[in-house]
Design a protein around this ligand. Structure first.
Ligand SMILES: *[C@@H]1O[C@H](CO)[C@@H](O)[C@H](O)[C@H]1NC(C)=O
Ligand SMILES: *[C@@H]1O[C@H](CO)[C@@H](O)[C@H](O)[C@H]1NC(C)=O
Ligand SMILES: *[C@@H]1O[C@H](CO)[C@@H](O)[C@H](O)[C@H]1NC(C)=O
Length: 385
């Protein structure tokens, strides 16, 4: 059972200026980067089968709306990383942890649901925190790079090389990141708000060390998502009774949680500004996923979605919670956490993870670069652009 999926539950846009600058940029029309591969690092927002391979498959109805069955993803269909792959004309990423039916010719995915930037000193059996913290994912990458290169050079027949990345393409690949939300969610659980706030610089510094390490190993093109509005996750708001006035914002999101995320994002952005000066031969793009998600949540009707705090899959009633894909016997009757009839009209698929429709909406709003700093479309997110 996907314990880590439950865990996570414990788990204004600047458009006018962007359009202008972006238009200026396009008038010079630089050629696209033609990334040969994507290497992704992250948590359940971009896990395409890592935790499923390591700890047991995610059950149906996950995956039902695109893959026609569970596909190692915590959604009813594609994740933002899948839309990035589509946009770049590359195949969906196989998980590094998955030993079956994988193809790494155009990249690999090191993301694992429940992962944090910092090591958490707890096992997955406590609160679903993944053992694959960002530093471990980077270690996995190092090993992936050296071993695939070795295998590639040793391979005699073209077939033996067909599922391996070209060693020379590592420096031209796109390195994508979507991680941080579980450090913050874990902090909400274990620390006071001032303690968590005081820990943010260390979390950001660990993030930066991973980027620096990858740069030293030859990575040059980085696409880094900030963290979304965690205070708007239905799972976070589910158990709150008798909130004090002002606890929620106009859309029902927990204000203090979102403020913490905004502070994390601010520190991340400023650390990335410094990294850009430090790592001279890199293109490092900071992507404001928070604004995209919050804009969607605050305009759900306009974009054709239902109440952002409603969950499509799972059943939550006064006396019980049956999470998506789970079955419980309650007073002798079996209750199943099934999918709603119209997943595409929900933002939240299971209370923690976004639906495919919402992921697609967010992807449409970030991939063209309008929420990027600097303002690059993902196809132009490389050096010399
Ligand atoms: C990017 O796409 C979004 C969604 O389609 C659109 O609202 C925005 O204006 C686009 N921005 C640019 C710079 O093309
Ligand atoms: C984990 O434990 C080590 C050693 O006690 C400590 O330095 C580190 O800060 C802890 N990590 C977290 C996230 O609490
Ligand atoms: C199960 O039955 C007991 C006794 O009738 C009742 O108090 C309780 O609320 C029921 N639980 C649920 C989840 O319906």
């Amino acid at each position: 059972m996907a314990t880590y999926s439950r865990i996570l539950l414990l788990t204004i846009l600047l458009i006018s200026t962007s359009i202008q600058t972006s238009a200026e940029k396009w008038s010079n029309a630089p050629p696209p980067c033609n990334f040969p591969a994507i290497y992704n690092f992250g948590d359940s927002n971009s896990d395409t089968g890592g935790m499923s391979a390591a700890f047991g498959p995610i059950p149906p109805p996950y995956g039902q709306d695109f893959f026609h069955g569970p596909a190692g993803r915590e959604s009813d269909g594609r994740l933002i990383i899948d839309f990035i792959a589509e946009y770049l004309g590359l195949p969906y990423l196989s998980a590094y942890l998955d030993s079956l039916g994988t193809n790494f010719r155009h990249g690999a995915n090191f993301a694992a649901g429940g992962s944090t930037i910092r090591r958490q000193n707890e096992t997955i059996y406590e609160n679903g925190i993944s053992p694959f913290s960002l530093d471990i994912q980077v270690t996995n990458f190092d090993q992936f790079k050296s071993r695939t290169s070795e295998l590639y050079h040793r391979a005699k027949k073209p077939f033996d090389k067909s599922q391996l990345p070209r060693p020379r393409e590592f420096s031209r690949a796109l390195y994508t990141f979507d991680i941080g939300q579980n450090d913050i969610l874990d902090g909400f659980r274990k620390l006071t708000m001032p303690q968590l706030k005081a820990a943010l610089p260390d979390i950001v510094e660990h993030f930066a060390s991973s980027i620096i390490h990858l740069y030293e190993k030859g990575a040059r093109n980085f696409w880094i998502h900030n963290t979304g509005p965690l205070g708007c996750l239905p799972a976070a708001t589910l158990y709150i009774t008798n909130p004090k006035p002002g606890f929620f914002d106009n859309y029902g999101c927990i204000k203090s949680h979102n403020s913490m995320v905004i502070e994390f994002n601010k520190q991340l952005k400023s650390r990335i500004d410094k990294l850009r000066k430090q790592l001279r031969r890199a293109s490092i793009i900071y992507v404001d996923v928070y604004s995209a998600k919050y804009h969607l949540i605050s305009n759900t009707k306009y974009y054709g979605f239902t109440d952002p705090l409603k969950i499509c899959c799972g059943r939550h009633e006064n006396n019980f919670d049956v999470w998506c894909g789970q079955t419980m016997i309650i007073n002798g009757s079996e209750i199943i956490g099934v999918s709603c009839s119209s997943p595409a009209s929900y933002i939240s698929w299971d209370g923690v993870h976004y639906s495919q429709a919402a992921n697609q909406w967010v992807a449409n709003h970030i991939l063209n670069g309008s929420l990027s700093d600097p303002l690059f479309d993902v196809t132009h997110a490389c050096l010399n652009h």
